[in-house]
Design a protein around this ligand. Structure first.
Ligand SMILES: Cc1cc2nc3c(=O)[nH]c(=O)nc-3n(C[C@H](O)[C@H](O)[C@H](O)COP(=O)(O)OP(=O)(O)OC[C@H]3O[C@@H](n4cnc5c(N)ncnc54)[C@H](O)[C@@H]3O)c2cc1C
Length: 408
């Protein structure tokens, strides 16, 4: 009788892990990956849509095209996970499993903030999903100056560098448009700095200062007043805006909460190093669906997929899963159109300067603004579609490599 692995979600993490498992397991292992639609979005490209650098149409491709033959791809809504019976229910089927991988990502919920829905599409926007990014492009195109506030509603949120990249690009864009001298740009965040890691935060704060972008920290969004155009914090502080761009409150998928396997906001409690679901046997979690304390980023999902495949193989062979994952995350940070920085870190090691991926050679520079990094940021999309999604390896381990990093 065949053995079954079911993967929930065919986004970045689900696609990589399904393909990688198929490469490693013999044919008597049946691999099924389920997603609600056949539209795979290259989400990092959404950052560029409001500035007319990329178009939504070019970011969306068929999921099926990127899932290997030999993996069953099912298009259906997942409506329940029963970890006791080892079953997953979709609208039209029930799938039993020997191992389950949860890769259902996370979702943004503007409606969680009082007043946001009323302001939505009028004065409040986001770039976190395609239609919204396109609506923001039109709004920015018509923007003639004023106060642009980029607000992070709550933590955790997806891609912690994206709001910083947005304000940096807004500086470039408004200069190009000739209205920067009539505009204020402000990043408003509930964090204590521009980024989650203090050392990188200091570097980014200095870059913001050079660009005359102000950063307001410790601001916990409570409500939006669309008609009067201000936001108010939980502490009662009010900030006026002419154009509000938000990273809305972010939760894990509804099915995770409905199945009673979440932490209260839709994420699965996950072992930080083995990536096993803490309370459920034979269940692994990757990508944005986990509650592990590292960035919700595609690079993280990619590194985690390697660890999950290794540990499922270990369990199949009767060996204990290993505590391999170290929170490794790698992200380009756009500074302007034409330059970018790069950070590489894990749970314990903060982003450090140096060269990446080849020690001393690069060609990319860590924690520095370079044109080569910008080329890397753009070139990454090709790598994503043609190499990474297929579950191929680039010869690098999933954990942080210290060679090439400058310490002290
Ligand atoms: C604007 C923006 C910029 C970003 N920039 C970067 C960057 O520069 N670098 C980087 O590394 N990361 C970046 N990211 C983050 C990155 O895209 C995500 O972290 C990554 O896609 C997470 O992968 P995932 O597999 O966990 O989730 P996803 O790729 O979101 O996939 C989750 C999948 O699960 C499916 N699903 C969920 N629930 C159900 C259900 N009930 N039934 C059926 N299907 C379901 C969804 O349809 C989806 O396809 C960015 C994200 C955004 C929004």
């Amino acid at each position: 009788m065949s053995k079954k692995i079911v993967v929930l979600g065919a986004g970045t993490g689900g696609t990589i892990v399904s393909n990688n498992l198929r490469r490693h397991l013999p044919d008597d292992w049946e691999i099924t990956v389920i997603d609600r639609d056949d539209k795979h979005i290259y989400q990092p490209g959404l950052l560029f849509v409001p500035f007319g650098i990329q178009k939504v149409g070019t970011l969306t491709r068929s999921r099926k095209k990127y899932i290997l033959d030999g993996v069953n791809f099912v298009i259906d809504e997942i409506i329940g996970v029963d970890t006791e019976k080892r079953e997953v229910r979709t609208r039209s089927h029930t799938f039993s499993y020997d191992f389950l991988v949860i890769a259902t990502g996370c979702r943004v919920l503007p409606e969680e903030t009082e007043g946001m829905e009323e302001a939505w599409g009028e004065s409040a926007f986001t770039f976190y999903y395609p239609d919204a990014a396109e609506a923001l492009r039109k709004k920015l195109d018509a923007f003639e100056g004023g106060t642009l506030v980029m607000d992070i509603a709550d933590v955790p949120f997806k891609c912690p560098v994206a709001p910083i990249e947005f304000v940096f690009l807004a500086d470039w864009y408004l200069k190009k448009k000739g209205v920067r001298h009539k505009s204020q740009i402000e990043l408003v965040t509930p964090l204590q700095g521009a980024f989650t890691k203090p050392k990188a935060s200091a570097v980014l704060t200095e870059s913001a200062r050079e660009k005359n972008i102000s950063i307001r920290t410790g601001f916990q969004l409570n409500m939006v007043n669309g008609p009067e155009k201000y936001i108010e914090s939980v502490q009662g502080e009010k900030l006026s805006y002419d154009l509000l761009v938000v990273v809305p409150t972010t939760f894990g998928d509804q099915v995770i909460s409905d199945s009673g396997i979440d932490d209260g906001i839709g994420y699965v409690p996950t072992h930080h190093n083995t990536l096993q679901a803490l309370k459920h046997e034979r269940v692994y979690v990757i990508g944005d669906a986990t509650n592990v304390p590292t960035s919700k980023a595609g690079s993280v999902a990619h590194y985690e997929a390697d660890v999950v495949v290794f540990n499922i193989m270990a369990e199949i062979h009767g060996v204990k899963p290993e505590e391999i994952f170290d929170g490794h995350s790698t992200c380009f940070i756009v500074y302007s159109r034409g330059t970018s920085s790069l950070i590489d870190f894990n749970y314990k090691i903060e982003p450090l300067p140096g060269k990446y991926p080849m020690p001393h050679l690069g060609p990319f520079s860590l924690l520095r603004e370079t044109k080569m990094n910008w080329r890397g940021k753009l070139g990454f999309e090709w790598l994503y579609w043609n190499v990474l999604l297929a579950g191929r390896h680039l010869g690098a381990p999933p954990t942080l490599v210290m060679a090439g990093k400058e310490i002290g």
